[in-house]
Design a protein around this ligand. Structure first.
Ligand SMILES: C[S@@+](CC[C@H](N)C(=O)[O-])C[C@H]1O[C@@H](n2cnc3c(N)ncnc32)[C@H](O)[C@@H]1O
Length: 471
């Protein structure tokens, strides 16, 4: 082979490199960035977008774990990351291109909340930006992130958060990366602005265990635990807990065969609580139960299985066609009839023994399951939701027979959605509050009052609220 003779080397100092090194291809961080962008620009849910992206791009193992940590972590912390970035940018963040801002958030998250070495966090983010927008914007990102890296998260909290002594809720909201109105709602529900509030807010950043429900009459919790390698749940007689990140539960045989389903243990206990109080209705041949807000069908399926065992029947109402379809799928083979209808206009007054109102809500009780949710929800959502909740609960009280039972459930601890709605309906209808706690005998730490408020930091469940009323 002919080789060209190499040029003679010139003596003297090496020449400065004029072209920067090419950006490194980084599939994990690229997937995290694309997830952040989908969440911002398309109102996507991070926990739905990312798994599909990882599958399509064949990202597995450590890269998949890194993409997940960075995408979900950045989504949870968006408001806080923006506060720090604002302090480090010479331009107002509102004038920064949104796509670039997503990259800055990803870089800042790595600097503040991971053990990734600062130079790697900065360089990898600059590379992502350079690969799509060139060196000039890469330089801007480099400058901002270098300023972020000058202090650790605790120091940034000290600098930017309100004073803990004069504004404890504002301080904890910043320190745990929650909007203040949500921290305030938790504080009001807990009656605490100190350690317990901090624990409740911090629990939203922990990855929840997967809870399974063993369908009564098909499989016991012991059997389900043995088959899935999980642990029998501490509270629900039908519950099994799997380790967080134990793989896709849909792949488990009992789930595929519909002997079991994914369902938070708190949800299981709320559905069960509807079936537990003695009825004071005139005896009928068989009990008629109603699930007034059934989609996607988790509680309807558990109620259906309990009804099958006890000889009752269930009507399940859902307003949205797609979700009514999901209910049909969930209750196949059970004594449940699905109705596509508005619960506020459904049914004949006085025709049910037990009615569940698992009402649409802010979902502040399951923020740990949806990384971006805390920043998407707005305080202005609460008014419209409480109006709908009140109307649905009023209708439920009409639909139940005298002496029958209504369970009102929301996945939120916000007092306006919980005791606010229940108190209002009790005043207007004369329905009698039952001591709901007595019907959660398995559950410790339920605090004062009749109603049940569960919490992730106390019970490992979503923050479900349940009130029981007798007509
Ligand atoms: C919190 S979810 C219910 C969850 C369900 N019970 C489960 O365990 O799977 C509330 C449901 O109520 C439905 N919904 C909203 N407004 C409604 C209405 N006016 N009548 C009936 N369903 C309604 C929503 O579409 C949503 O599917």
């Amino acid at each position: 082979m002919n080789r060209r003779p190499s040029r003679p080397k010139r003596p003297g100092p090496p020449k400065r490199r004029t072209t920067p090194r090419p950006p490194v291809d980084d599939p994990a961080r690229r997937a995290a960035l694309d997830t952040l962008r989908a969440v911002r620009a398309q109102d996507a849910y991070a926990n739905l977008v990312l798994p599909g992206m990882l599958r399509d791009r064949r990202i597995t193992g450590r890269d998949a774990a890194l993409a997940t940590e960075l995408a979900y972590g950045s989504c949870r912390a968006i408001g806080w990351l923006d506060q720090v970035l604002e302090a480090c940018s010479e331009r107002a963040l509102s004038t920064v291109d949104p796509e670039l801002l997503d990259a800055l958030r990803l870089g800042a998250y790595q600097l503040l909340r991971t053990r990734i070495p600062p130079h790697a966090a900065v360089a990898s983010t600059v590379d992502l930006v350079r690969s799509e927008s060139g060196s000039k914007l890469g330089g801007f990102v480099n400058a901002v992130l270098r300023r972020v890296s000058e202090a650790d998260e605790a120091t940034w909290v000290e600098r930017l958060a309100p004073d803990a002594a004069t504004d404890p809720v504002g301080h904890l909201a910043t320190a745990t990366s929650h909007p203040k109105w949500i921290a305030r709602a938790f504080a009001d529900a807990l009656g605490d602005t100190g350690d317990e509030l901090a624990a409740a807010l911090r629990a939203d950043d922990r990855r929840p265990a997967v809870h399974l429900v063993a369908r009564p009459g098909e499989i016991s919790a012991d059997e389900l635990a043995a088959v899935t390698g999980g642990d029998v749940a501490p509270y629900s007689p039908y519950g099994v807990r799997l380790e967080a990140g134990a793989g896709d539960p849909a792949d488990l045989e009992p789930v595929a065969e519909k002997f079991a389903a994914v369902q938070d243990e708190g949800s299981q206990l709320c559905a069960l609580a509807l079936t537990r109080p003695e009825l004071e209705t005139v005896a009928a041949q068989e009990e008629r139960w109603l699930d007034l807000c059934a989609g996607p069908g988790g509680k309807a399926a558990l109620l259906g299985a309990l009804a099958a065992v006890s000889g009752a029947t269930v009507d399940a109402v859902e307003k949205t066609p797609h979700r009514a379809g999901l209910v049909r799928g969930a209750v196949e083979g059970l004594p449940v009839t699905v109705h596509l209808a508005d619960g506020r206009e459904f049914g004949e007054p006085g025709s049910y023994d037990r009615v569940l109102v698992d009402a649409p809500c802010t979902g502040l009780g399951s923020l740990r399951r949806r990384p971006e949710a805390r920043w998407r929800r707005q305080p202005s959502d609460v008014g419209g939701l409480t109006k709908l909740q009140r109307e649905l609960l009023m209708r439920a009280v009409e639909l139940v027979r005298p002496g029958g039972v209504v369970a009102y459930v929301v996945c939120s601890p916000h007092l306006a959605e919980t005791v606010g709605v229940v108190g209002d309906v009790v005043r207007r209808t004369g329905a009698k509050p039952l001591p709901a706690k007595e019907f959660f005998p398995e559950m410790p730490d339920l605090g004062d009052g009749d109603n049940v408020q569960l919490w992730p930091h106390r019970h490992g469940t979503d923050a479900m609220f349940c009130a029981l009323l007798r007509r």
